[in-house]
Design a protein around this ligand. Sequence first.
Ligand SMILES: C[S@@+](CC[C@H](N)C(=O)[O-])C[C@H]1O[C@@H](n2cnc3c(N)ncnc32)[C@H](O)[C@@H]1O
Length: 233
Amino acid sequence: MKTHRFDIITIFPGMFESPLNESILKRARDEGLLEITLHDLRDYTLDKHRRVDDCPFGGGVGLVMNVEPIVRAIEAVRENRPGARTILLSPGGQSFDQKMAWEFSREENLIFVCGRYEGVDERVLNFVDSAVSIGDYVMAGGEVPAMVIVEAVSRLIPGVVGDENSIIEESFEGNRLEHPQYTKPREFRGLKVPEVLLSGHHRKIQDWQREEALKKTAAIRPDLLKKETERAD
Ligand SMILES: C[S@@+](CC[C@H](N)C(=O)[O-])C[C@H]1O[C@@H](n2cnc3c(N)ncnc32)[C@H](O)[C@@H]1O
């Protein structure tokens, strides 16, 4: 059994307490599949007031996070994690998606750097492997984006999710959304479960699911279907 180690550099380590101590992340940590270590960025500043930010050169609103404490933190963490892939959370980074989640799940060591305020000094980019965005919107800090990535990646690590089939039959696998799903009751306020799902006929059910997944994807996310064509070419 391999342990995957995630190190998170942040000025708000307390934000991670509850999400990391519930549900599958807690179980994976208890079982030793995952080790998540939080590092308070303020422990790496040389400023006697523990400041980690300053006014931007050239003027402008807000504060920018200093390069030095971030680089000192990354280097300190890397000493115990040689070869760790280091990711800066940034709205200006590459878009995170299921493909990237699979790629990260094959890494044994990942370091996440969470920005705050107006973001980080651009020179930080020289000390990380990549900058990653969770979507085209701006969050107040990198903590929630880091949690999004940690959860998406963790469930792809062998052993974390009980039934491994459940992760290969999901949305975005094969560039499709997942087919609609139903459970009891068979009828709710006049809304019936599609008859085929009650038929017990496996091939018909599979055909229906494939068709519905395709219809749903074409209606809501036609870009995913295009992605597949582009890949096949
Ligand atoms: C308020 S944002 C800074 C936004 C920056 N001024 C800009 O316009 O690109 C502060 C921090 O939140 C994090 N963040 C915000 N939105 C994000 C997103 N979509 N993906 C990843 N990180 C994000 C980053 O770590 C960022 O440094």
